[in-house]
Design a protein around this ligand. Sequence first.
Ligand SMILES: C[S@@+](CC[C@H](N)C(=O)[O-])C[C@H]1O[C@@H](n2cnc3c(N)ncnc32)[C@H](O)[C@@H]1O
Length: 263
Amino acid sequence: MESHWGLPEGNPWSTPFAHALLHHLDLFPGAKVLDVAAGGGIPAFYIADQVGPQGHVLAVDVHQSQVLRSRSMQGSRLPWLQFEVGDMRQLPPDLPKFDRITGNIAFMFFRPDRPTALKNLVRFLKPGGQIVLTWPTQGTFDSLWQRVRREMESRQLAVELERFQEYLDERPSTDDAKGWLCELGMEKVETAEWPLEIETGPGKEFLGHPLLRSGFLDDVYECFDDPAKAEEFMQTIAADLNSFLPLTAQRGVLSAWAPDEKR
Ligand SMILES: C[S@@+](CC[C@H](N)C(=O)[O-])C[C@H]1O[C@@H](n2cnc3c(N)ncnc32)[C@H](O)[C@@H]1O
């Protein structure tokens, strides 16, 4: 089936993650798909295009603004694609069951109780259905975190260092995710990591980088009680960019299948 709605090529974050997700997703025309953490519709639009009018894609996001934005991009196209507000950790129990569940750059938002959130989500899979989730795994930007740790240690910032370690430990690894899905009785549980190098310059470009700032650098700033101290600390790190290049994210992929009820 020819694709009419591709992934946006200029997107440096969601699209590479979606490529990893789609590599592991077994999609077919007519499939009923639930896409969680749908955001601006990557990869919901692409998936809807692939499943065609015999299929259905329900794309949920917890933020109404995202849902409204996606609906306005959609207009009257792909009418079998539906954007709705919903929390993927607690979807309404009367939802139908799906052939596939996808979530691009989604798994880190399953907190605080990731195993329960996973359990709540996979119950919407039909027997023999597949779930594929992606997220930046624990190895993401390791070289940067090592540099941050060294700087905190050399400045004897014990409180900040402890908070920073908590932040690092909180991020799920592919092994964590695999274990939780195996415990749920899912089959053919597979994980993969796809490296993705992020380009940036030093100083302000690094500190204001749209991919790094929210979700990564902000977590370091939050280790400090004093914003001025945080700013001075981060400027030191930003000026020393060459010591932690390349800056590599790991696109984690988790794929698993619900048991087939015939067996
Ligand atoms: C990094 S964006 C990814 C969006 C899209 N899948 C993409 O690849 O561009 C994560 C999205 O998850 C949504 N989100 C966060 N927590 C959520 C939750 N509990 N339930 C549903 N969506 C959630 C956010 O609103 C945001 O749009």
